[in-house]
Write a protein that binds this ligand. Structure first.
Ligand SMILES: [Mn+2]
Length: 356
């Protein structure tokens, strides 16, 4: 069980009790999907603090070693009661979920308790996916592949970027997903040269334009993320050229994924090809990111990443080349690191697709 694994890790570093405040981390450790909770992890037992809205639900899913603590008014009163029961004078805090303002209130309200940095321990173990998580990521990837297939029947001149974004949302929700992982990016023509373009509610597709679609769904808490770039009716030769380079770089990076390679070397595998072709300055973002309960999570796959990939990490591989005023090409797949290489989770075709 994940919580037990986490307790064993905390035993090694002697960081008890440890306050988990990030809801995704609480979901990861306990299965809880509500919107308000804190988890105080102790050596022998743990305490789950939430309010009356979630009491019945939380009690029904929490493991035996986790006691439910009903927060009546003030969170710090509940937390103080828990720390008293644990007989502790210290509390380890999760770095990423503790804002400076929360930290300040804690320091003020928890007099006599030493607050210590607990690092990113849950986020660290979350980088390595278990079989159940890999199965959910595969499902999320499958649904996104099916959505790409569906969109191929819709993309044509005259259709709005927004129409496509709405179609994606509808497809996901009617195929087992609670929601999209993020607002889909549907960028046509010159808009596609902006890596984080905001889908227009007015812009219609025109013949001869490129269309870049970056999308993903959340399936049972797990996310997918995929980008495909297609061409409406005909292909601008400048974009065809960069498409071939991006595809080559993306495929080379996917071939390079294996346990032991650093994030930086993986980034370089793609970046080298793009730079050699003369477009190094047109690829401004990192190669990819970890994906799981969050659509962007560790490890970051970028130029400065010294982290070594390990078996069962799930990451995206998404190089791009962006030509301001003309258009951009990005190709993104999700992969899971295996013992010898990787499993590509998204299977949508990557050949040049002229559509509509
Ligand atoms: Mn991505």
């Amino acid at each position: 069980m994940r919580l037990k694994k986490f307790v064993n890790l905390l035993k090694k570093i002697g960081a008890f009790p440890y306050l988990v405040a990030d809801l995704k981390n609480i979901r990861y450790l306990t299965g809880y999907t509500g919107t308000y909770a804190y988890l105080v992890v102790g050596r022998e037992e743990s305490y789950f603090i939430s309010d009356s809205r979630y009491e019945e639900y939380a009690r029904s899913i929490l493991p035996e070693t986790v006691a439910f603590v009903l927060q009546k008014n003030d969170f710090f009163d509940s937390l103080k009661a828990v720390l008293k029961r644990l007989g502790t004078k210290v509390l380890y805090l999760e770095a990423s979920s503790t804002s400076l303002s929360v930290y300040r209130s804690m320091a003020k309200r928890l007099r006599g308790i030493r607050l210590k940095p607990g690092g990113e321990e849950v986020n660290r173990i979350r980088m390595i996916k278990d079989d159940e998580e890999l199965a959910l990521l595969r499902r999320a990837a499958r649904i996104t592949d099916a959505c790409v297939e569906h969109l191929r029947g819709i993309i044509r001149p005259g259709v709005g970027e927004w129409d496509i974004a709405v179609e994606i949302e509808h497809f996901y929700r009617s195929h087992g997903c609670r929601r999209s992982s993020f607002d889909s990016i549907v960028a046509s023509g010159p808009g596609s040269s902006m890596p984080h373009y905001v889908t227009s509610m007015e812009k219609k597709l025109r013949a001869g334009e490129v269309i870049l679609i970056d999308m993903g769904c959340e399936y049972k808490g797990y996310n997918s993320d995929l980008t495909r770039t297609m061409f409406v009716r005909s292909v601008d030769p400048r974009l065809e050229r960069i498409y071939r380079i991006v595809k080559k770089a993306q495929e080379e990076a996917i071939r390079s994924v294996r346990p032991g390679i650093t994030a930086a070397r993986l980034d370089a595998a793609a970046r080298g090809i793009i730079t050699e072709a003369g477009y190094g300055g047109n690829f401004g973002h990192g190669l990819g990111h970890g994906i799981g309960l969050e659509v962007h999570e560790p490890p970051a796959v970028k130029m400065t990443g010294d982290l070594k990939l390990k078996k069962n990490m799930a990451i995206t591989v998404e190089p791009g080349i962006y030509l301001p005023g003309i258009g951009g090409v990005r190709i993104e797949d999700m992969v899971a690191v295996t013992a010898a290489g990787c499993e590509v989770l998204t299977e949508s075709p990557k050949d040049i697709i002229v559509i509509g």
